[in-house]
Ligand binder design. Structure first.
Ligand code: NAD
Length: 367
């Protein structure tokens, strides 16, 4: 069990980022023999009790797309941040720019195995989970385990520390919705044995477990249901529509639109999403609360806007629609407005342009 766990105070890495990434990704930061002995020593050295009086946050899945933006925002709000990630679908490069900040720790940790953080913790943001359909279809058991066992460990940490926990749930709990737009009191239309069931049901279970910790142990635990979010640091090959379209457009390849493209999505720029999550951290509301941009776009429109924004000559090619692909998706965000005073600020086209810029720069970087 100790073999897959390695921890290190990355802020003091002097051996160079490349060698760090290589060792982190291959799990060779500690020798297997010493790993379990070091686990307790290292975690107390590497996550020392807060000495500064700053609030302290633990972000599971912090090296992923959303998690890394959350780490940025928490540091900007002067939190100490402990980022736990096993790099299953995330990458240390997403937080490489934070490694020199003394308030930041990156710890390689599979939250399905255990979570140990010494010292006080004020907030736990539980974001670890494969999230794109390509990822969770390839990693069905990991997805179910992190949603169930991993969520239990995150809740256990919050209980031990008396911390507030915010669970990253998803609009997928509504499945292929029969009610439109989706309000938090809609129970959803999910196929538990369909291919997407591994993700949808993992998240539904994690919501139930979070609620049970709240009612049974009095843990200050809250649920946010995140709708499709996009922005810099998405992986070009993660299979989600926007990064796929941008990658294809920048390469001059056809954009592959599923079905006839009439299905709708509501897409939120990551900066808005993070503001909503931080508002949830500061509130004492248990949720569930929808966080997403209620502007509804067809997939066809998204593809056409990507072509226009990139200035590409790509054409659109229609491909088969995945099984259980939702036909419509739009959050009702009235509750977030009332309770958190939150509403998205960044328009679709502005967010798209900022995302395209980031992907274009990514393409120019040396491999
Ligand atoms: P992501 O794949 O970029 O990030 C997930 C992170 O979790 C990765 O860094 C991955 O390595 C890590 N992880 C996975 N299993 C782990 C484990 N067992 N232990 C430790 N770390 C583990 O995905 P994302 O888009 O950033 O999504 C983050 C969270 O937000 C997920 O819980 C997802 O379900 C939720 N969410 C995201 C969206 C979206 O549009 N991006 C929408 C709804 C919900």
């Amino acid at each position: 069990m100790g073999l897959s766990i390695a921890t290190r105070r990355f802020a003091s890495v002097t051996a160079g980022y490349r060698s760090f990434v290589k060792r982190a990704m291959t799990g060779t930061m500690f020798s297997p023999r010493s790993a379990s002995r070091r686990r307790s020593d290292a975690s107390s050295q590497l996550c020392p009790p807060a000495m500064t009086g700053r609030p302290r946050a633990v972000v599971t899945g912090g090296a992923g797309f959303l998690g890394s933006h959350l780490c940025d925002a928490l540091l900007a709000a002067d939190y100490e941040v402990i980022c736990l990630d096993n790099f299953l679908t995330g990458n240390p490069s997403n937080v490489a720019h934070l490694l020199d900040d003394d308030r930041f720790r990156l710890v390689r940790c599979d939250v399905v195995e255990f979570i140990h953080v010494s010292g006080p913790v004020d907030v736990v943001l539980h974001f670890a989970s494969p999230a794109s359909p390509v990822d969770y279809l390839q990693l069905p058991i990991d997805t179910l385990n992190v949603g169930s066992i991993g969520t239990g460990h995150a809740l256990g940490l919050a209980r031990d520390k008396g911390a507030r926990l915010v669970l990253a749930s998803t609009s997928e709990v509504y499945g292929d919705p029969l009610v439109h737009p989706q309000r938090e009191d809609y129970w959803g239309n999910v196929n538990p044995v369909g291919p997407r069931g591994v993700y949808d049901e993992a998240k539904r279970f994690s919501e139930a477990l979070t609620t049970a910790y709240r009612t049974t142990y009095g843990v200050d635990a809250a649920i946010v249901r995140i709708f499709n979010t996009f922005g810099p640091r998405m992986r070009p090959h993660d299979g989600r529509a926007i990064p796929t379209f941008i990658r294809q457009a920048l390469a001059g390849e056809p954009l592959t639109v599923a079905g006839d493209g009439a299905q709708t999505r509501s897409v939120c720029f990551v900066e808005d999403l993070v503001a909503g999550i931080l508002a949830m951290v500061r509130s004492d509301h248990p949720g569930p609360i929808n966080i997403g941009n209620p502007t509804e776009l067809t997939v066809q429109q998204i593809a056409e806007d990507v072509v226009a924004t990139t200035g590409s000559r790509s054409v659109i090619r229609y491909v088969e629609r995945p099984v259980d692909d939702p036909q419509v998706r739009r959050p009702d965000t009235s509750l977030a407005g009332q309770v958190l005073g939150w509403r998205p600020q960044v328009s679709w086209l502005e967010g798209l342009s900022r995302t395209v810029d980031w992907f274009a720069r990514l393409q120019q970087r040396p491999a």
